[in-house]
Design a protein around this ligand. Structure first.
Ligand code: SF4
Length: 327
């Protein structure tokens, strides 16, 4: 397999390490908080303009009724969360939503469907959505569950820029969160996406009752992918009534910031997204995340089925922090 990584200058290849050990990553998490954030901010500056934030908007194009059992997800059919199963949205409705998101400042339009894996007929509809959104001049991302290599190539041919498929957590904790597909299934889909030439969006969720060592294991697994994901969403669990994780203890927000910082240091050239969970996060905590190297957010009042800060609030926050949308 020919990887884009091979064409990079030597010094950048050296910085993009894929051999982070658990001990090293554990050591980063254990640094005094100011030292960790200072180091992460330095790596951020070497690779990006720290005043720029990439803005994405996420739309659920097919909601609920999912046969998988991800313990955090209100869209799993087996949990009684009040999310109704819907049909795949029409092409016109999706393009209209993308047009609204673009007018509000989003550069990338992400479309999520609650499937274990797409049927070929559904994939044709999603490809038409990708073509329609791209015609607006936006980047496109979809998350549709597991893909075969042929499905990944079909999406690439439609012009898809990014495919989102998260590792979710460490390999060791994975079985406590999902039993209907394996960690290896996820790696296989990511390999199909990468081989098709689509950019990878892959991260995880913290605050799911995992231990500190699982946050170490999750980052090691992400950084060990053959090419670092171009986009690394780090999510704080949104605890939804009716899911198995509804009543878990909340994570210390500083441990969330630490996870962002370690992701930034270990995957220096990736865009790290401060993803789900911002609705319950203080502006000050989000500011710490930006300081620790986060440089992307989901923008818009809803993330699939869970709430997200309103656009006005986010624009005021970015303005207060002197940050601006990435060109
Ligand atoms: S996270 Fe995705 S695959 Fe898992 S239950 Fe929810 S919609 Fe289904």
């Amino acid at each position: 397999m020919s990887l884009a990584h091979d064409n990079l200058p030597q010094e950048i290849r050296a910085a993009r390490r894929h051999d982070w050990t658990r001990e090293e990553v554990r050591g980063l998490f254990a640094l005094p908080f100011p030292e960790l954030v200072f180091r992460a901010a330095g790596v951020h500056r070497q690779n990006f303009d720290p005043a720029e934030v990439q803005i994405s908007t996420l739309l659920s194009v097919k909601t609920g009724g999912c046969p998988e059992d991800c313990a955090y997800c209100p869209q799993a059919a087996q949990y009684d969360t009040g999310v109704m199963a819907g049909k795949l949205m029409s092409l016109d409705a999706v393009v209209a939503e993308a047009r609204t998101a673009k007018a509000a400042g989003a550069q990338r339009f992400c479309m999520g469907a609650a499937w274990r894996s797409p049927k070929d007929r559904d994939l044709d509809s999603v490809c038409a959505m990708v073509e329609g959104v791209k015609a607006l001049g936006m980047e496109t991302c979809v998350t549709l569950g597991m893909l075969t290599d042929a499905q990944a190539r079909r999406l690439k041919a439609s012009g898809l820029d990014y495919y989102n498929h998260n590792l979710d957590t460490s390999p060791e904790y994975y079985g406590a969160i999902i039993t209907t597909r394996t960690f290896q299934d996820r790696l296989d889909t990511l390999a199909h996406v990468r081989e098709a030439g689509i950019h990878v969006c892959c991260g995880g969720i913290v605050g799911m009752g995992e231990g500190a060592e699982d946050r170490v294991g999750m980052i090691v697994a992400l950084a060990a992918l053959p090419v670092h994901p171009e986009s690394v969403p780090i999510n704080m669990l949104v605890r939804v009534e009716g899911t198995p994780l509804a009543d878990g203890a909340p994570l210390d927000p500083l441990d969330f910031v630490r996870t962002i910082a370690v992701a930034r240091i270990t995957m220096p050239a990736s865009v790290v997204r401060l993803s789900a969970g911002r609705e319950d996060m203080s502006d000050e905590c989000q500011a710490l995340c930006f300081l620790a190297g986060a440089n992307s957010i989901f923008y818009g009042p809803k993330l699939l089925t869970t709430p997200n800060p309103g656009r006005d609030h986010d624009m005021v926050l970015l303005d207060r922090l002197g940050l601006r949308p990435m060109e």
